[in-house]
Design a protein around this ligand. Structure first.
Ligand code: ATP
Ligand code: MG
Ligand code: MG
Ligand code: MG
Length: 566
């Protein structure tokens, strides 16, 4: 490969910023914008500037190399997709508000792909006809579209984002297990090479259907996932999976309807007490307030809160706010309802494992006060779909060893699923078996959040001075700083050329009229692992080499610096 040209800061189309962007809540968002890596184009939609694009491409390259290493074949499928296959699997409707749907000029329905199970299934149906064509693993690294309810946290949760998605096709369950195992190993190598601290946790398959599923989580405060971690053994699971392990959902362990106390005082505390959870936690949900008084509670899920309805019922001064979660986890993404004229009147998913099967527990309130009652599906409320609501508290026993579990926040960076035959059944994917009879294919689907991994890395590796990239993903190997006048610039450019000739990727701060202080601050913000300064002793041909992470410094001649860095 040809050596990369030296990247000069004087020509770089990106400016560093002194201040955090006003809308930024999390560290990676602040730093990636301030260091000139990304710019916001619209809510959840981001542009990658030159340095950011380099980091993104590095992540992409590592993912590609490890996918190729397990024999996966790279393809590129469209992002603009026809409706029909998604109708066949039911996902055109099931995907809900997250799916970007659109029409062409003739009125035909299309979508922007959020994930591609259907299209890959059809591709394999078209290309593979015999058992000899199996197993096969296909992948792509492609832009995905999801109309996320709350795109926040910069590129951690985009509405347009880059994902590596792959799909495995096998004849037998054992084959699927092997393809799944290959992905698990590839993901371990990917995240190790990226320099991410990560955990593999048991997960439930959720909307994907299928059986076995694990998530790769990067522990970080900014994460939106909560996982349970055993301080004593190797058990780790997302909160949903651990609940199923700790308290099986068979209806027998739950109190009968009448045993559930109904609070008569309309306060959050009594409602929380009836649910047996801390008040701060229960209602991560949404609160409707009038004059500071709570008059209703609901769970917004991915729905827009209907302010028209809120106003109609509670008057024009009603406000809606979200309550935060503390040392407690409710998978609110699984609980969906909305505030209507009767408080929380329509339930999309609400089947709490603590209440008897066939009934649901509606927590809500209306003008007449707060209520938590046990109610019957069909009679008392409209059910769209049942999903288990999962509640795990800090200190719940580890299903393996009984030690009290810890709850931690993390970013989901990868997810692997054994889908089984769900998509093959819906789209009739068969190949001819050895005996000449058709065999239904079994599938897996596997995702890595490529753009999200950039933000996760920034979260985990940044310090108070700025970004601090691991070597393999950094936008350059060395950041040369010309700290002074013409003499320093000359030396900086000379050493930059030599480093580039030795195969290093070099960023050089050759900006005229920018003080050494500003250049040092910028070099720390940008986060290239090695910083080489042409400064005080430039006349003698001596440079200072600084390690971005440890801050260790040493003085070196040009030749020594090249030998040290290459
Ligand atoms: P999340 O729980 O964060 O919404 P998900 O479970 O919906 O993610 P998957 O369908 O499992 O996501 O997609 C595979 C991977 O794509 C995820 O593990 C994550 O790393 C990444 N990803 C998903 N949604 C986004 C997004 N909105 N922005 C950036 N990356 C995303
Ligand atoms: Mg999601
Ligand atoms: Mg998830
Ligand atoms: Mg997932």
């Amino acid at each position: 490969m040809a050596n990369a040209p030296v990247q000069r800061m004087s020509q770089l189309m990106a400016k560093t910023l002194r201040d955090d962007p006003a809308d930024a809540e999390v560290l990676s968002h602040k730093l990636l914008v301030r260091a000139g890596y990304v710019r916001r184009t619209a809510a959840g939609i981001w542009s990658w500037l030159p340095l950011g694009k380099k980091v993104l491409s590095n992540v992409e390259r590592i993912v590609r190399e490890e996918m190729d290493a397990i024999g996966a074949q790279e393809v590129s499928l469209p992002a603009l997709l026809p409706r029909e296959p998604y109708d066949a699997t039911g996902r055109w409707d099931e995907y809900g508000a997250e799916l970007f749907r659109l029409q062409d000029r003739k009125g035909g329905d299309y979508l922007l792909g959020p994930t591609h199970e259907e299209i890959f299934t059809l591709l394999v149906k078209d290309q593979c006809s015999s058992y000899k064509d199996m197993p096969v693993i296909l992948y792509q690294i492609q832009t995905k579209f999801r109309d996320e309810a709350r795109p926040r946290a910069g590129i951690l949760r985009g509405r347009e984002f880059l994902m590596k998605d792959s799909y495995s096709f096998d004849l037998e369950d054992e084959g699927l297990a092997a393809s799944y195992g290959l992905h698990r190993q590839a993901y371990q190598r990917i995240f190790e090479r990226l320099g991410l601290d990560y955990r593999i946790v048991a997960a439930t398959a959720g909307a994907m259907g299928g059986s076995k599923s694990e998530e790769f989580l990067a522990p970080a405060e900014a994460g939106e996932d909560t996982f349970a971690d055993c301080p004593n053994c190797d058990f780790a699971a997302n909160t949903e999976a651990v609940y199923q392990a700790v308290k099986p959902v068979d209806g027998s362990a739950v109190p009968a309807a009448e045993e559930i106390p109904t609070p008569d005082t309309p306060t959050i505390e009594t409602l929380a007490a009836s649910l047996g959870v801390p008040a701060s936690a229960t209602l991560k949900n949404l609160l409707v307030k009038v004059d500071g008084e709570i008059v209703a509670v609901g769970v917004p899920g991915d729905r827009e809160v209907d302010m028209g309805k809120v106003e109609e019922h509670f008057g024009p001064t009603a406000t809606v706010e979200l309550v935060t979660e503390e040392d407690f986890a409710v998978r609110t993404d699984l609980v969906r309802g909305y505030v209507g004229p009767q408080g929380l009147e329509k339930v999309k998913y609400l089947a709490d494992p603590r209440v008897a099967p066939g009934t649901a527990w509606i927590t809500g309130a209306n003008k007449d006060g707060m209520h938590a009652k046990n109610v019957v599906a069909g009679r008392d409320f409209e059910v769209e779909e049942y999903v288990d609501v999962v509640v795990v508290q800090e200190g719940d026993p580890c299903p393996k060893c009984g030690t009290g579990l810890k709850l931690d926040r993390a970013i989901e960076i990868g997810h692997i699923f054994q889908l089984g035959r769900k998509y093959a059944d819906a789209l009739k994917l068969d190949v001819l078996g050895q005996n000449g009879k058709p065999v239904r294919v079994t599938m897996g689907s596997y995702g890595v959040g490529v753009s999200r991994a950039v933000a996760a890395l920034a979260e985990q590796t940044a310090d108070e001075k700025g970004l601090c990239w691991p070597a393999e993903v950094a936008p350059a190997d060395v950041h040369v700083v010309a700290a002074g006048k013409a003499l320093q610039t000359e030396l900086a450019l000379e050493v930059s050329d030599k480093l580039a000739a030795a195969g290093l990727r070099v960023l050089v701060d050759d900006r005229a009229g920018v003080s050494p202080g500003v250049k040092f601050t910028d070099s720390e913000l940008i986060g290239v692992p090695k910083i080489l300064v042409a400064g005080r002793r430039a006349a003698e041909g001596v440079l200072e080499l600084k390690d971005r992470r440890t801050g260790e410094r040493e003085e070196l001649t040009v030749d020594e610096a090249i030998a040290r860095l290459s």
